[in-house]
Design a protein around this ligand. Structure first.
Ligand code: MLT
Length: 268
């Protein structure tokens, strides 16, 4: 499905009934990365999974894509779907950064948070330099070089070496990101604000999910968020890396379903 929002055509999946659960993908991915969640969680919730601008089937528009811009796009999609109810926001990695921006701009729209394989800190100088190098490749349209460089880090070592189908699936999802999308993300990622100061302001129930073998965002980042977010809980998923939802979909879905059931008694 597609809707024209904020001046571009946004593709999204809207499946299931019940509490709205917004799934925000990471970089350089799209909503296909949520396939096991769209299937499994739409039995218990209304799953809304957009392709962010420049990704998947959404229109590629020039960047930079700040996390605040992504947050505005998410809010506009909810408006367009006439969802006035509070939503459960789940973001993976860059999707988590966008969820932090959404939480700062639209706190009244949030029922709960699920922070997956993400971090609250902004980029280190080293990370910013790596973004510049990747942007240089993207400008020369050498996107595959970026994707192939990321692939081994996106999965746990075990899954990367022993699950060629999963490796191929992730590769093909990445290849659906446009040049403008990659450039827009890199600029937004590099300049994103430090979300750590706003963590104590998060008052909604928060589930932090992290792969034990995440090679992009170390587990220590998840533990730090747990300490700073008042009403939070952490589940570390074994035999999973950065894309834990694809690597261990049953454990991931069970954790989310358990968390959603704890929200049932709370007003939405
Ligand atoms: C992601 O998975 O969204 C990215 O690895 C985030 C990042 O590079 O900081």
């Amino acid at each position: 499905m597609k809707r024209l929002i904020n001046g571009f055509s946004m593709a999204y999946t809207d499946q299931g009934q019940g509490k709205p659960l917004l799934l925000v993908h990471g970089y350089p991915l799209n909503r296909q990365m949520w396939a096991p969640q769209i299937l499994g969680l739409s039995r218990v919730a209304r799953v809304i999974a957009p392709d962010l601008r420049g990704h998947g089937d959404s229109e590629a528009v020039p960047g930079p894509y700040s996390m605040e811009l992504f947050a505005d796009d998410l809010a506009a999609l909810l408006d367009s779907l006439e969802i006035q109810q509070k939503v459960i926001c789940c973001g993976l990695s860059m999707g988590g950064y966008a969820v932090f921006a959404f939480q700062r701009k639209y706190p009244e729209r949030i029922a709960a948070l699920i922070l997956t394989a993400t971090r609250a800190a902004d980029d280190t100088p080293q990370a910013r330099a790596a973004r510049d190098q990747a942007a240089e490749l993207a400008r020369r349209n050498q996107l595959d070089q970026i994707f192939e460089g990321m692939l081994p880090k996106l999965l746990s070592e075990g899954n990367y070496h022993e699950n060629p189908e999963l490796v191929e699936q992730v590769r093909s999802i990445m290849r659906n990101t446009s040049q403008e999308g990659v450039l827009g993300d890199l600029a937004g990622l590099k300049d994103r604000p430090d979300s750590r100061p706003s963590l104590p302001d998060i008052k909604v129930p928060t589930l932090i999910l992290h792969g034990a073998d995440d090679r992009i965002v170390p587990v220590t980042e998840a533990k730090e968020m747990l300490v700073s977010i008042p009403n939070s809980q952490l589940q570390i998923i074994p035999a999973a890396g950065h894309l834990l939802n694809l690597e261990q979909p049953e454990i991931f879905n069970r954790a989310v379903i358990g968390f959603l059931s704890t929200l049932e008694s709370q007003p939405s």
